[in-house]
Design a protein around this ligand. Structure first.
Ligand SMILES: [Fe+2]
Ligand SMILES: [Fe+2]
Length: 170
């Protein structure tokens, strides 16, 4: 099967949804499991979000028309809300409390909503704007970017910004 960046991004959304479902099912006593699941979410989400912001969204905006630019602005705003408010609040909470459970639930709801918007709007448009060859090339670039100096330092910066650094150390 041909590689396709849109399929990769969608598969990553599904992995995150699955992790949030597990996280939402934990009890306040399952502090360690919560920490492990949150670290997995951070590990999956941060490279995904940073690459979208640094590479995919700009490439999309360059070709998009008015409706595309609107969905692009919406996506960036949602990333900002998650990075600046939702994620720091989740990491700031004591994992053994209902406060953590409530914040983690909102985190998952934001991600699911945002992922749906991307899948139903932006990715649909991107399928028209980028050829199959371009989507395959982007998929390879994404894989290489994750291992690159640039990718790893973008993720480390984002981890520091969102309070995820501690979670990732465990
Ligand atoms: Fe996104
Ligand atoms: Fe995404």
């Amino acid at each position: 099967m041909a590689r396709d960046i849109l399929k990769t991004l969608k598969a990553e959304h599904d992995e995150l949804r699955d992790l949030f479902e597990k996280l939402n099912g934990t009890t306040d006593r399952a502090e360690k499991t919560r920490a492990e699941l949150l670290a997995k979410i951070d590990q999956g989400l941060l490279p995904h979000a940073k690459w979208e912001e640094m590479v995919f969204y700009p490439a999309f905006a360059e070709r998009a028309e008015r409706d595309g630019l609107k969905t692009h602005a919406e996506a960036i705003e949602e990333h900002r809300a998650v990075e600046q408010t939702v994620m720091p609040d989740v990491h700031d909470a004591d994992y053994a409390t209902p406060q953590f459970a409530g914040r983690a639930k909102v985190f998952g709801e934001f991600i699911d909503h945002h992922a749906k918007e991307e899948e139903n709007t932006m990715f649909k448009m991107a399928r028209e704007l980028f050829s199959a060859e371009e989507r395959a090339a982007m998929d390879e670039q994404y894989e290489a970017w994750k291992q690159s100096e640039e990718g790893m330092s973008a993720v480390a910066d984002a981890a520091a910004q969102t309070g995820a650094s501690d979670a990732l150390r465990h």
